[in-house]
Each structure stands twice: as C-alpha cells, then as structure tokens.
Design a binder for this molecule. Structure first.
Ligand code: SAM
Length: 309
C-alpha cells in the first residue's frame, strides 16, 4: 500500500494530518460539539482512553486555560496544558489517581473514546466495549459536577438499550449520536449524556461495578425498554467518511503528502516493522501441496456408504 492510498481512501485521516490533529477522531468530537455545544462553560475535563491524543488536543484548544486530565493504557506524547496518567481505566488504582485530581473541584465534562482490541467476535467485542463504558461511567460518577456531561463511545449492538437505561439513571438527557466522520459501516456511535443527576442517596463506590448497586432500576418505566433519540451530527455537507475523495479536492492545488502529526511513540507493531526493514521478518511458509489430477481423483474408491435395502 502506497503512502498516499490511505489519504485517498479516508478524507478525515488526511484532513487530520493537514490540520495538525493526532488522529481522525478529532473530527468526531468536533462534530459532536457542533450538535451539543459540549464545551460551553467547561473549565475542567477528563479524557479517558485518550491516546494518541486528538480529543485532548480539541479539549485543550476549546477550553483554553482550562484543566484537562488524559488517561490511557498507552504512553502518549506530551501535550501542553494536559496532565497525563498512564493506566487502565478499569483498574481501581487508575480510577483513584484520576479522582484525586478533582477532589474539591469537580469536572464539567468526562469523555471516553475507549475501544478495546477488537476480537472479531461481535458479542465479546460488544461486551468489552460496554465494560469500558461502565468503567468510564463509574469514574464520571466520582468526578462530575451536578449538571455535568459525559460522552462515551458505544457500540449499537443487541443489548445497547440496557446501557441506555443505566445511563438514564444518572443523566437527565441521553442521546445516541453518530458524527459524519464515524463510518456508517461501523456500529460505533456516541452516548451523549447531559445533566448529571444521580439518584437520591447514591454514593459513588469504586469497588463495585455500577450494575451491582442497590438503587431501584424500576424507578424508570421499563428499564430495558428505554428508547433514546438518535441523531447524526456534523453538517450534511461535511465529508462522508465512507467515501474516497480525489487528492486535490480542496482548491485544485497540487496534493502534497503530510506525515502523521504525532506518530505512535511505542506501537505494539514496532518490532515487526524493524524486522521487516532489515529483511528479517519471517514469512509464513505453507507446506507445498502436491497437485492432484482429475485422473487421481476419479481412480479413488468412492467414499459412499453401502446402500442397505
Ligand atoms: N480519542 C483518542 C484520540 O482522539 O486520539 C483515540 C482513542 S483510541 C480510538 C482508543 C484508546 O482506548 C486506545 O488508545 C487504547 O489504548 C485505549 N484503551 C482501551 N482500553 C483501555 C483501558 N482499559 N484503559 C485505558 N485506555 C484504554
């Protein structure tokens, strides 16, 4: 694959590099903000699952002078004005570290673009994604101010209504949003939860998953039957993320390749790339198959069970 082929196939990937964003995901948050004015009045924000950092870039630009805490399993290149924590958001120790930063000064906005490594087994992937979302929600219940906002990636799978119900326990308004820059072919969408308003008597507890709390789900009318509104965001005339565009689309000027804004600092595939450069990457070898001719096939006894009449 040539250096420019991804530029051709994915207009948001290309625009992200040209505009200095570390990842194309920046456009998802920008388009969500166009629809929901997420950054209005925000001073403190948490970016969960933040690497390589394009959402943190957006946050720090949009809430200039504010305070952003970014967390990811992976190391992330530094960003001015963004405090970084490397850790797993499903782990108690990471959650405690995040919460420490907000003691006495709650956050206005918590975002989570977390995605576990996809296994290809849809049920497993959806389950893992839901667990990540619940871990993020658990952290949000500790750091969000009343009325605060939580935005998280969600997979619109079979059991998504249960997740919506859980979110509705804590937020007065929950919408499922699909930005233009998120491919239609992907089941990814974003739960935009506004108006943090936990049930009376709710005490955030990191040691228990939210599902185990004894608050009464029945306070909602049919908790597994909640239908949340679905909106698409980003101008309809914005680029379609499933289409390929010609490389000279902007103003007809000659296309120039732009390298990624911030290449990954220690990607898991680094070793394979180094070996490949040195020509030391072993290729999978398949045992040579002996060609079988039609004559061989026809001369074999037929494997048909005897017919008993
Ligand atoms: N929003 C980011 C941006 O704009 O640059 C992109 C996020 S990327 C789609 C998903 C991230 O989730 C990965 O960097 C991955 O390391 C992180 N992640 C997945 N599981 C995690 C976990 N349990 N704790 C922390 N980060 C996690």
């Amino acid at each position: 694959m040539g250096r420019t082929s991804k530029d051709k196939r994915d207009v948001y990937y290309r625009l992200a590099k040209e505009n200095g964003w570390r990842a194309r995901s920046a456009y998802k948050l920008l388009q969500l903000d166009e629809e929901f004015q997420l950054f209005q009045g925000v001073i403190r924000a948490v970016d969960l699952c933040a690497a390589p950092g394009s959402w943190s870039q957006v946050l720090s630009q949009k809430i200039g002078g504010g305070h952003v805490v970014a967390v990811d399993l992976q190391a992330m290149a530094p960003l001015p004005g963004v405090l970084q924590i490397q850790g797993d958001i499903t782990q108690l120790s990471t959650a405690k570290e995040i919460i420490q930063h907000f003691e006495g000064c709650p956050a206005d906005l918590v975002v989570c673009d977390g995605a576990p490594d996809v296994t290809g087994l849809h049920d497993v992937d959806e389950y893992m994604q839901a667990q990540l979302l619940l871990a993020a929600l658990n952290i949000a219940t500790h750091v969000l101010k009343p009325g605060g906002c939580f935005v998280a990636k969600i997979f619109r799978g079979r059991d998504v209504t249960l997740l919506y119900s859980q979110l509705r326990v804590f937020f007065s308004n929950v919408v499922c949003a699909k930005p233009r820059s998120s491919r239609n072919s992907s089941i990814e969408a974003f739960a935009v939860c506004q108006g943090y308003d936990p049930p009376e008597g709710f005490i955030p507890d990191l040691t228990k998953p939210l599902l185990d709390h004894s608050y009464d789900f029945n306070q909602l009318d049919g908790p597994t039957r909640i239908i949340v509104p679905f909106v698409t965001c980003g101008d309809l005339s914005a680029y379609d993320s499933d289409r390929s565009y010609p490389l000279d689309l902007e103003d007809g000027s000659e296309y120039k390749y732009t390298p990624p804004t911030q290449p990954p600092i220690s990607p898991p595939y680094q070793e394979a790339c180094t070996l490949k450069k040195k020509g030391q990457l072993a290729k999978e070898t398949r045992p040579q198959e002996t060609p079988i001719s039609i004559v061989d096939v026809l001369s074999q006894p037929l494997a048909v069970p005897p017919c008993h009449t």
